[in-house]
Design a protein around this ligand. Sequence first.
Ligand SMILES: [Zn+2]
Ligand SMILES: [Zn+2]
Length: 338
Amino acid sequence: MEYINEGIALGVDLLILGLCFKEYVNYKKSLASLKNAPQLHLESNLRSVVEKQKDKRIPYAVIRGTVMPIGAPLKSVMSPSVTGVLQVIKLSEHRVARGFAGFWSDQRKLIHVSSNEVPFVITSGKESVEILDGLSASVIDLDLVYDSYEPASLTFFDHIFGFFSGVRQKGFQTTEEILRDGSFITAIGEIELDGNTLRMQSSSVGPMFLTTATKGTLIKKFEEAKSSTLIKMFFCGTISVILISIIARKIYLKKKQERSERKLKESLEKARRERRSRARPRNLNDEQLCVVCVANPKEVIVLPCGHVCLCEDCSEKIQLNCPVCRARIETKAAAFIS
Ligand SMILES: [Zn+2]
Ligand SMILES: [Zn+2]
């Protein structure tokens, strides 16, 4: 196949286009639900607002307030003076690896993640909303409280081994991120009044957020991401169209060539037939005529039965059985009757 390269490129391009489209739909959906989510104020009697709703629940809403642990806060492992409610510690390995075309490139591989949370509320004035399963939020703005990088001490043999295996260790990085108590954040999710407690949890309408950004900033960010995905889609789409037209052109040219080759073959065949019919002897008796068309002389012997019974034109059409004795035809040969 002469268009296999274009075909592979088209496949990859369509895959990227599909992923971009999925991303675009996600952004669009999140953006729509974010725009529709009401901004509720904890101070202005949120409890009675939620109580009036069906099932005492608002599917997707925005609240702002200060993070407060319900019991004792979490203590940072690496910086003990810092306390918070959500904590993520990551250990990653930095290495250089020989990749595409033999170039060495930096890579970062996450080796271990540990996360912790304690129950906490978002509070403002007298009212507070408990956040359930905060770590499951799609976007969480955590503070980086610890970041340390330790270069690996490599021996001579490690270098030699790295050269042959294609992976050389560079060092380890440990980071700790915390959502500090006392920080002022925006929380977006489903709000529910359960007994006497107001709760926020992940929503089926849109992604859950625990972020320092305001609703307006988030909408702006999502709109920017949406338009940049649209640009990517347009770019991929253009490449697809170009590739499809290249493939279509190649197919068209191939078909055109096949058609002209067939025409040439047909005209040569026609000329050959005419030449032969001019060269045939006239005034033959019935015995000497082809048994099929009864017009041309007998010119072909059918084997293995050995009947000389066909002209050349008819022998092209008859492939299976001898027209005289019905024996199976294995081969044919020109017969010269002198
Ligand atoms: Zn014939
Ligand atoms: Zn026969």
